[in-house]
Design a protein around this ligand. Structure first.
Ligand SMILES: [Zn+2]
Length: 168
């Protein structure tokens, strides 16, 4: 499947070490993963253009990933891995939705792709916020609930049909 870096394992090398939190931050590390679709392969089926293949790359916005040096624990890294995996699960859903997507014109198809990308990004933002919320992991501080999320995220990743709606 042309979904690159789906199984990437983060290390602290992926984060810029800082002495303290940037202003306004309420956790001790931040990751900023991104997805980018490219290499669209289109086919004309009857009167519609259909996507038959696409590549989706997961990457990190390196300048926007940071950790407070004194807080670099395995537990915090595992929590940040959860944020990455949430995006990875969404990227796979995005990929599966794009394959077979069709529209009458290339412009219309591009608009549909952009709309879907936006919709999946909004869902990721919501899941990330719920993952971090005080009643859930509280940024990884609540270790029992963090373990539940770790298990649910791992199960969703391992299931080719796993989705963000499978998460708590
Ligand atoms: Zn977090």
């Amino acid at each position: 499947m042309p979904l690159n870096n789906f199984d990437r394992i983060l290390t602290w090398q992926d984060f810029n070490q800082q002495l303290g939190q940037p202003g306004g931050a309420n956790e001790y590390a931040q990751i900023h993963p991104d997805i980018a679709p490219s290499n669209f392969v289109l086919a004309r089926v009857r009167n519609a253009l259909t996507i038959t293949d696409v590549t989706i790359d997961l990457s990190l916005i390196a300048d926007d990933c940071w950790v407070v040096t004194s807080r670099m624990t395995n537990d915090l890294l595992k929590h940040e891995q959860g944020h990455y995996d949430i995006l990875a699960i969404s990227a796979r859903e995005f990929y599966n939705t794009l394959i077979g997507l069709s529209a009458a014109t290339a412009d219309a198809l591009q608009r549909r792709v952009n709309q879907l990308k936006e919709r999946f990004a909004q869902q990721v933002t919501q899941v990330d916020a719920r993952y971090d919320s005080e009643s859930q992991t509280n940024h990884g501080i609540n270790t029992a609930i963090q373990q539940t999320w770790d298990q649910k995220i791992a199960a969703a990743k391992a299931n080719p049909r796993g989705r963000l709606t499978d998460l708590p």
